[in-house]
Design a binder for this molecule. Sequence first.
Ligand SMILES: [Zn+2]
Length: 320
Amino acid sequence: MIQKLADNLYTFKINFPHSPLGWLNCYVIKGVKGGRDLLVDSGYNTPQCLADLKQGMEELDMRGDNTDVFFTHCHIDHIGNAGNLRDMGCRLLMGRVEYEFYSSSPWQSQMAHSVLDGVPQEVRDAMNRDRRIPENFHPQTMEDGDVLSYGGYTLRCIMTPGHSPGHMCLYDPGSKLMLTGDHVLFDISPNITHNEGRDMLGDYLNSLEKMLHFEVETALPGHRWTGGKKFRDRVLELLEHHEKRLNETEQVVTAGEHMCAYEAAAHMSWAIRAKSWEDFPEAQKWFATGETLAHLVYLTNHGRLVQYTDEKGLSEYRHI
Ligand SMILES: [Zn+2]
């Protein structure tokens, strides 16, 4: 069902019935005087998501050859239908840093490295499915500060690395509107995971602080709803959330003397309905380890923990 948010600005849901995310908010800016339409993000490449996407586009009277699609980042719940949209004749747009990162097959190296972080085979098996970006996905690439104009809105591309290495938000200064992608979500905290050779949490915290410089009256998140919460308040809440998680991670490692990321994750507290770590679904163990690792890397970079390789070749952390 289409919801009108402001002049020429609409949203509809792409439903994820089997995911705790619930749904993706697809945003549309309708062009004026024959101008092109803009669609932001596209859902998974599943029959249900594609049906929701097509229905939304149809109800908004959108034609592929008159539509530009901007992807906030390269995760499969956002770019899943890129190939289908390209086949409909749409022009695809994405941040250059994000596109280049995901074009270099980071998933394989992440999988290989997870062995050293203590992730057991059964957890890796649960995740070892094809996560490549769609074939022949050659979007027009955008840089930080580039401007996109549709339907009376002048959207600035804002680099917000953290949730992914080249994530971008779109900001319209005229209407004080921010399309946040997965950088700022409201009733769930965005997953921050580790990518080899990067301090993803450090990047994320910097990108959150960057958000405090923008005057935002309307925040449009990639998933779920804002629940009426003000954008600035939510940004501050997320900063505080990670500060607490950093302290907890440091305490867990200190209490255990030394730990690999997988062990540390098993000792952290998680907002999930499972009796114990053993009862976590394998995929959740994977995400929890990634999130813990992002915190461990940040703590190591800030001199609060030390990382070393043990005699078995595992990557371990201990207190200074
Ligand atoms: Zn997402």
